[in-house]
Design a protein around this ligand. Sequence first.
Ligand SMILES: Nc1nc2c(c(=O)[nH]1)N[C@H]1C(S)=C(S)[C@@H](COP(=O)(O)OP(=O)(O)OC[C@H]3O[C@@H](n4cnc5c(=O)[nH]c(N)nc54)[C@H](O)[C@@H]3O)O[C@H]1N2
Ligand SMILES: Nc1nc2c(c(=O)[nH]1)N[C@H]1C(S)=C(S)[C@@H](COP(=O)(O)OP(=O)(O)OC[C@H]3O[C@@H](n4cnc5c(=O)[nH]c(N)nc54)[C@H](O)[C@@H]3O)O[C@H]1N2
Ligand code: SF4
Ligand SMILES: [Mo]
Length: 716
Amino acid sequence: MTTNHVTFCRICEPYCGLIATVDDGVITKLAPDPDHVLSRGFACKKGLNAHHLTHDAKRITRPMRRRTDGTFEAISWQAAIDAIGAKLNATRRAHGPHAIGLYVGNPAAFAYPHRLYATGFADAIGTRNVYGPGSTDNLSVFLAAHFLFGSPVMIPIPDVDRTDMMLCVGVNPAVSHGTILNLHRPLSRLKAITKRGGRLVVIDPRRSETAALASTHHFIRPDTDAWLLLAMIKLLFDERLVDTTFLARHGSGVDALRSALEPFTVAEAARRTQIDADTISALARDFAAADSAVCYSRVAVGRFGTVACWAAQLLNVVTGNLDRAGGAIFGDSYTDVGRLAKWGGLASYDRHRSRIGSYPDVMGELPSGILADEITTPGRDQIRALIVDAGNPVVSTAGGEALADALPKLELLVSIDLQLNATNRHADFILPATSMFERADFPLVHASLLSEPYVQWTEPVIAPVGEALEEWEIYQRLSDAMGLDVLAKRVITWARRGLKRLGKNVTPEPLLDLLLRAGPLGDRYGLKPGGLSLAKLKRHPHGIRLSAKRTGVLRKRLRTRDKRVRLFDPRLAPELARLQRVDEPDELPLRLIGRRDVRSHNSWMHHVAPLMSKRCTRLRVHPDDAATRGLVEDASARLSSANGSLDVVVAITDEVMPGVVSLPHGWSRRSTSHPTHDANPAPNANDLMDRHAIEPLAGMAFLNGVPVELQALPTT
Ligand SMILES: Nc1nc2c(c(=O)[nH]1)N[C@H]1C(S)=C(S)[C@@H](COP(=O)(O)OP(=O)(O)OC[C@H]3O[C@@H](n4cnc5c(=O)[nH]c(N)nc54)[C@H](O)[C@@H]3O)O[C@H]1N2
Ligand SMILES: Nc1nc2c(c(=O)[nH]1)N[C@H]1C(S)=C(S)[C@@H](COP(=O)(O)OP(=O)(O)OC[C@H]3O[C@@H](n4cnc5c(=O)[nH]c(N)nc54)[C@H](O)[C@@H]3O)O[C@H]1N2
Ligand code: SF4
Ligand SMILES: [Mo]
């Protein structure tokens, strides 16, 4: 029997609407949903091929245990949960809670109860050893928001549809489809900016796909964005082009900021960024003069991630573009995310420190760069058991090879995944998770990042394949086996009490229903007829657009004590000093930057054959740099950093600026015993990264702007 199901994609942040065709329990086709309230018929190739992962013949669909010879055998859920629970309890008893670590990867943000239960489980154990992709992605964006606005989750987003000038710094939304931003139909909405007479300006060492849509593109020497942005802000103060009324009303610490900015002159910024001084000055003046303007940025994975991300938001603030149409707006609608994060214990910074390196946590997460060392360094609190859930840190974190060497030293490694990867091939147990089509869902994690406020719900499209379970259920079972309460610390007491009064168990659906109904747009359990409830969402599978006040909400949203934007946090001072001190890192002449491909997603879409035909994993090199090294198109070359070397194939193009080379991440030459994956081995950019190059404030890895050299390899 053939049936069609309305659902939505959960690979990346737009959550595009999809129609799934199911034949006898198998998804045979995915099409964009033309009736989705926001995506209106847009979906990308990744989303449209996601069912190949669900029905991949090599997918892990039963709990697996590793035999002594390294192969895996299927076991029952009961046997797996009992064995893991007993070992985790024994480890905790013998060595304390920190001996158990968790790495919770990127896909955990795309299933609404996943993260809640994963962090709830870590809290129930009492471990501080929680890791994830944050330190290779966006923790410094969160920390910048914490410094400025008093909460790491209060991240203003670009008001793309109304802006007169969008300055994209270190983002490539034409390929990524947005980051820290829920933006449906991202391409047409970016194109609309210039169509309506606005400006899209891109700062990128590569003429990216977003740059191709832009009015102006400026190359920038990688990892120098903090200089550009700080010099722009200083110039605006010097030329009295800042919005003094806005700053007087909403800012605190203007004097401290002004003196901190003193060293960041346009002349010095021009030298470091390789953007000429006139261009920097004109950019700053244009930004301040625009009717509305917004800087949209994720310059997080350099040596100065937090300073750079802070400066990017600060530019919006000092020009009065915060909380204003066409500027940077707070994206909340059906719930107050800042308050929720505080109640849930998520809005933390420097609550605890790592054993190795004494790094502060950001929202409970520690830098992935120390994970291998936390496993191998003897002593109290050494990690002896690790759960890797929806992650592949051997491939996706800096210097992941060291982690690959460390994993076999663990007494227990548990993976929760759908497939074999370079990390869980070392696991003692692999627990099969559902794919997105086998679970109900709601775009919860992006609740404060909605460029157009909306809600939607999907039922599962098919029953779980094999014995796959949702992660929340896995954590629930594990906690039950260990005698722990998985949600003890996270779920606010009133939620528990409220649900009890309604005669409901504390499980994800009733919790979500409560969030919606008790929220500002909720039906308040009948008091506000027509308001939101899960039942209402279920009646509108293509989503519901919401009307919510999006500007003029600053004081309500700010979580600083004095309800002012904290323009300068003294914790930034040592970083500003280091920024001036550190110039060019060493003698290697080229700078390596990353790249994403529309047809792959981090380390895990490589199993999908239809996506792989046009992939490009070559190193992009400027013609001048190729010529001086005697390199021709498709030549093999050795790319070396202080940390290691890789053999790459070269693509020569002036889309990268001279002195810069670009290689995608997420690839690996390690065997995963998967036919498609093994047919597509490619160099792992992270083999060149130094895991110990950790930015001190947010623990960011240094992945963009890494010094490298390139040499031709003899042809064989
Ligand atoms: N050099 C370099 N490195 C980078 C980056 C970079 O730009 N340059 N980018 C970084 C970024 S932004 C990120 S987010 C990280 C990502 O790094 P990680 O968070 O480690 O995630 P992935 O490598 O994408 O691996 C995800 C795993 O989850 C599995 N999976 C997929 N869906 C599900 C699911 O629903 N449930 C479960 N349990 N598992 C699932 C996949 O099979 C895969 O094995 O990589 C980072 N690494
Ligand atoms: N197709 C696809 N989409 C994805 C993903 C994917 O793997 N594939 N991953 C998803 C995830 S997890 C994330 S976090 C988002 C990331 O979303 P984005 O941040 O939008 O994507 P990136 O590709 O990391 O974009 C970074 C851009 O910055 C440029 N850049 C590199 N170094 C510098 C620098 O020093 N300064 C400046 N100014 N620019 C620099 C790069 O050339 C690139 O164009 O994408 C998401 N969407
Ligand atoms: S842009 Fe592509 S991968 Fe991202 S949600 Fe939409 S369809 Fe899925
Ligand atoms: Mo990411």
